[in-house]
Design a binder for this molecule. Structure first.
Ligand SMILES: Cc1cc2nc3c(=O)[nH]c(=O)nc-3n(C[C@H](O)[C@H](O)[C@H](O)COP(=O)(O)OP(=O)(O)OC[C@H]3O[C@@H](n4cnc5c(N)ncnc54)[C@H](O)[C@@H]3O)c2cc1C
Length: 537
């Protein structure tokens, strides 16, 4: 065992909480805890949101399909949460309408509890998801909890409507309901920034390589993945928010055998050129009992996903396999008029859901709810986070602090509901006003540019632009409206180190930049980091 240099020997460097993992759950917990006055440190071995939290379908949703699994607690909590989150981040999250095309001859191979119940009491219904069942589901979805701002469900005539135009003519009717979009990786970064603003220490590119209980303290060894520097930290409580690696961290870093299991389920998405002109999303039901979404994406594209595939090893980087591409194309081709092929795909991404293993038979059926496991009998407490959704991250963080309360005397009460994330301090319906204001203040901005900045940075967009009077005042032009001023902001305030951090997690301009432009950005960022390191020495 290597000898780790201590950060410092005195108590002032003992953290109340040390969080492993800079995905949405780790960053959400760090923010909540820091806001309650705890001394927090978070270590992420890669970039923030480098794993699952940048690979989601990006929905703040109740999860309409979970109703079929009778997951009422999860659905209710998520439905209530949608609007709480929307109010706190109207820049990175916004309402969306979902169109669910319906045809009476649709048949499903489905093993959900609802379809089993239906085929027992009404055997002639086997393999069907009748219109009344969908209506009942949407009624519950509208009324289970918390819907104040979002419009309720409706029935749509697809004939001669924009929503029907891209679909095959056999679809004449659809149901429509509300959920919300969220920029997942920005959500993570904004939580980390807010945690830092409230006193937390956020360390990226810092892997936890061991953690050991020393009576009432945790001794945690980290390695800087860029410089190799080793450090030792001390904390009263350890939180394992390692997502797909939660089990690996338990076994190989903390050396604890846990009975709790994790089910790793890969989900892939394809991004195609823009497939239709309106701004609504589609909810397509498949003959295998699964559903996929088609969602307008980044102005000029359409996002289609997702799949459910067992994924054995978290160390194996998830990629969208040829079979998954085929599956998604075939699925969409059952609905769209224009047939899609491989050539329409411009990008794919893939992530691993860290689902709590509830013994379900299939990946699709495994619960999407979260489970918190506190181990406090052997000395300093350890909290392990299993499962969870982007949508429930804030509630998960509150539950985590509730679980830790007996170990933190005088813990302040929950506070995050209704408190804006950085840049989100404006009304839910105020985005257009923000864009208009920004374009007036900076007349050189195009509509695309201004909208992109407001959607990413909200009220902070003007801080990036400063007193610029034209694009020439914003440093190098890296392409697609990305400037030196913005990249500097991302490096100084949002923990970006590489072109990939910027182009695929702080924004999605990777869809628009050429390989040559990416290389220029990467070189510029590397040179800047080298200068900063030299200045610090
Ligand atoms: C395809 C797909 C679609 C989804 N769609 C939605 C959706 O639309 N809506 C929704 O609400 N949810 C959705 N989810 C679920 C949601 O994305 C996840 O539940 C959530 O992102 C998990 O976050 P996490 O913080 O637990 O894990 P992660 O984001 O994976 O974070 C864990 C982090 O721990 C780090 N780490 C691991 N080991 C160490 C170590 N030793 N030291 C330091 N750091 C370490 C990793 O690098 C990683 O960044 C989807 C998931 C998938 C896969």
């Amino acid at each position: 065992m290597k000898d780790f240099p201590a950060v410092a020997g005195d108590n002032s460097d003992i953290h109340d909480l040390f969080v492993i993992g800079g995905g949405i759950n780790g960053c959400g917990i760090a923010r909540d805890a820091a806001g309650r006055g705890l001394k927090v440190c978070l270590a992420e071995r890669d970039d923030l949101a480098a794993a699952t939290s940048s690979a989601s379908t990006k929905l703040f949703h109740g999860g309409l399909r979970y109703l079929e699994y009778f997951e009422f607690r999860l659905v209710r909590e998520s439905l209530i949460e949608r609007e709480v989150l929307l109010s706190a981040m109207p820049h990175i999250s916004w309402p969306k309408r979902f169109v669910l095309p319906y045809h009476k001859d649709m048949r499903f191979e489905s093993e959900t509890p609802t379809s089993r119940l239906l085929s027992t009491v009404m055997p002639w219904m086997k393999g069907r998801r009748p219109a009344w069942l969908i209506r009942l589901g949407l009624f519950l979805y509208d009324n289970l909890g918390g819907r104040k701002q979002l419009p309720g469900a409706a029935t749509l005539d697809l004939r001669n409507s924009p929503e029907g135009a891209p679909l095959q003519d056999r679809f004449e009717t659809a149901f429509e309901y509300s959920d919300c979009w969220v920029e997942d990786s920005r959500l993570v970064v904004l939580n980390a920034r807010d945690a830092e603003a409230r006193g937390a220490r956020i360390m990226t590119r810092t892997g936890v390589i061991r953690a050991e209980r020393k009576d009432d303290l945790w001794e945690i060894g980290t390695r800087d993945t860029e410089t190799g520097e080793l450090c030792t930290h001390y904390a009263r409580i350890l939180v394992n928010a390692g997502g797909p690696w939660v089990g690996d961290i338990l076994q190989s870093r903390i050396h604890i055998n846990s009975r709790e299991g994790l089910r790793l389920v890969r989900g892939s998405h394809i991004v195609t050129r823009k497939l239709y002109d309106h701004d609504k999303c589609y909810f397509f039901q498949g003959t295998d009992g699964r559903i996929i979404f088609a969602i307008p994406y980044e102005t000029d594209f359409t996002l289609i996903g997702t799949t459910d595939a067992e994924h054995e090893d978290p160390e194996v980087k998830p990629v969208c396999t040829p079979e998954e591409k085929r599956y998604l194309l075939d699925f969409a081709n059952q609905y769209f008029k224009e047939s899609l092929s491989d050539e329409d795909i411009v990008w794919t991404y893939s992530g691993v859901r860290p689902l709590y293993d509830d013994g379900a038979s299939s990946a699709t059926a495994a619960t999407r709810d979260y489970t918190l496991k506190l181990e406090a009998t052997g000395g300093a407490p350890l909290l392990n986070i299993f499962g969870g959704k982007i949508t429930t991250y804030r509630r998960l963080a509150e539950s985590a602090l509730e679980a830790l309360e007996p170990h933190v005397p005088g813990l302040k009460p929950a506070w995050t509901a209704g408190v804006a994330l950085p840049g989100g301090d404006f009304p839910v319906d105020g985005v257009e006003d923000q864009i208009a204001w920004l374009r007036k203040a900076y007349p050189f901005l195009t509509e695309f540019w201004a909208r992109r900045l407001v959607r990413a940075y909200g009220t902070e967009a003007a801080e990036i632009l400063g007193d610029a009077r034209g694009p020439g005042d914003l440093g190098p032009d890296f392409g697609a409206t990305l400037t030196g001023a913005e990249v500097s902001w991302l490096m100084e305030k949002e923990y970006a180190h590489t072109a990939e951090d910027v182009l695929w997690r702080r924004n999605k301009l990777g869809l628009r930049l050429s390989d040559g432009e990416v290389a220029v950005l990467q070189d510029w960022m590397a040179a800047r980091r080298a200068e900063e390191r030299a200045a610090a020495e």
